[in-house]
Design a protein around this ligand. Structure first.
Ligand SMILES: Nc1nc2c(c(=O)[nH]1)N[C@H]1C(S)=C(S)[C@@H](COP(=O)(O)OP(=O)(O)OC[C@H]3O[C@@H](n4cnc5c(N)ncnc54)[C@H](O)[C@@H]3O)O[C@H]1N2
Ligand code: MOO
Length: 394
């Protein structure tokens, strides 16, 4: 049995990114960047007008100017602005040589090919060449998950692809002779599979590749065969159930028979005490207890930080702090406990409302859980307004 801190440390040491690949711009959403991105040329590539109006020279103002041509987006004015001249210009167009300012069209009087411009001009209304980035400027660093903003930046640089970490391949093996699939009538003694659909939902949101999900009967030989079959295909194999000390708790025996290295089996926490971590070669095996409450809590506390780190991001558990909105009392806690809470922000404070919780076998509470409050071992009473660490789940 290890402590939660030891489990995080071990998982962190196992979390080496799994490899990289080039991916096209259109498929980068949710991927993790594996390279530094620097500007190769100035951005914007030319000084451009920020408003519709006239390009002018400050030294001619105030005065009457002759409009000698136009510059539109994509169709620049080819000459140089001479004394007492102006060029009609539209937003995004190249500012002609010699111009110092762009004056808004609302601020000039125009008659035929002449404009009258007052003085002084308050703003340039020009985004100058290289204002956003100069050649060599660092624009993106490795380890960020790519969303719309960074993808837009890559597009502005003309990049048609980027180096990203390979998508993690995950498989989920669920054991339990009592499991029945949704949609079928429930024979006596059976329950519907909760962990399969719950984990599938978590994985789809994380952008990882779901290799497969398989049910196995509570037979050691079946468990062993399924692990052996999936180990070469997956980067991470998540097992559901079969971890406790009962006769049908088969995972440890199957892993031992396959010669896997077990890094820990059992963490001093509630829920999720039988949590197991093993590996063989490059493949990691995570055993999560069958109780759905343990499955969900362990995913957020340990599995997600590990998967993120294997995907190229830092290994981190993003704790926050909040105050209890009411008293929380249970018997003295036998282990460090992660208690389901709802989370609300009010008047600059985060409030944690402890949900009624009977343990990891309870499922309805999971539908309301927005975070897990971290409670130390030994205590049984926590007063309203006490400040606690919690892990938000979103
Ligand atoms: N003598 C002891 N018994 C138990 C201990 C212990 O220390 N000594 N630990 C308890 C704790 S804590 C947990 S957690 C469970 C761990 O059990 P397993 O990992 O072996 O899981 P199972 O026995 O297979 O299942 C537990 C529970 O969850 C239900 N389950 C399983 N899979 C699913 C699923 N896919 N969807 C919904 N529900 C599922 C299963 O029917 C059981 O009710 O052991 C305790 N026992
Ligand atoms: O570890 Mo169990 O999940 O505490 O019920």
């Amino acid at each position: 049995m290890v402590t939660a801190e030891e489990a995080w440390r071990i998982l962190g040491s196992l979390a080496k990114p799994i490899g990289t690949e080039q991916a096209p711009l259109g498929s980068l959403s949710g991927r993790v960047l594996a390279e530094e991105v620097r500007a190769e040329s100035p951005f914007p590539p030319f000084s451009r007008a920020l408003v519709d109006g006239y390009a002018v020279r400050a030294e001619d103002l105030p005065g009457l100017l002759v409009v000698c041509g136009s510059s539109e987006a994509g169709r620049p004015f080819s000459g140089t602005l001479l004394p007492k001249q102006a060029v009609r210009i539209l937003t995004g167009a190249v500012v002609p040589e010699g111009a110092t300012h762009v004056v808004r069209q609302e601020e000039v009087e125009r008659s035929d090919e002449r404009i009258r411009v007052g003085s002084p001009l308050e703003s340039l209304n020009i985004q100058t060449r290289g204002e956003d980035a100069k050649p060599g400027d660092l624009l993106l660093t490795p380890g960020i998950r790519l969303g719309a903003g960074p993808i837009g930046l890559l597009a502005s640089l003309g990049k048609s692809e980027a180096l990203v970490f390979r998508r993690l391949r995950l498989a989920h093996l669920l054991s339990g002779d009592e499991l029945a699939p949704a949609g079928e009538s429930l024979p006596a003694g059976k329950i519907y599979d909760v962990n399969g659909p719950m984990m599938a939902a978590l994985w789809d949101r994380g952008g990882w590749e779901r290799m497969g999900q398989r049910w196995i009967r509570d037979l050691r030989v079946e468990m062993e065969r399924a692990i052996e079959e999936w180990m070469p295909k997956a980067d991470v194999l998540v097992l559901s159930g079969g971890l406790g000390p009962g006769e049908a708790d088969l995972v440890s025996e199957a892993l031992a028979a396959l010669g896997c290295a077990v890094h820990f089996h059992g963490v001093e926490i509630r829920p999720g005490k039988p949590f197991l971590c093993a590996s063989q070669g490059q493949t990691l095996v995570l055993g999560l207890p069958g109780n759905p409450g343990a499955h969900l809590a362990l995913f957020w506390l340990f599995v997600k930080p590990l998967l993120d780190a294997l995907s190229g991001m830092p290994f981190a558990v993003p704790w926050q702090t909040g105050r209890l909105s009411g008293d929380l009392s249970s018997g003295p806690l036998p282990r460090e406990t992660f208690w389901p809470v709802t989370v609300a922000s009010e008047e600059g404070s985060i409030w944690l409302h402890p949900l009624p919780w009977t343990g990891s076998a309870s499922v309805p509470v999971l539908a309301r859980t927005q975070g897990f409050a971290r409670l130390p071992k030994g205590r049984g009473r926590f007063a309203a307004k006490e400040l606690l660490a919690f892990l938000p789940i979103a």
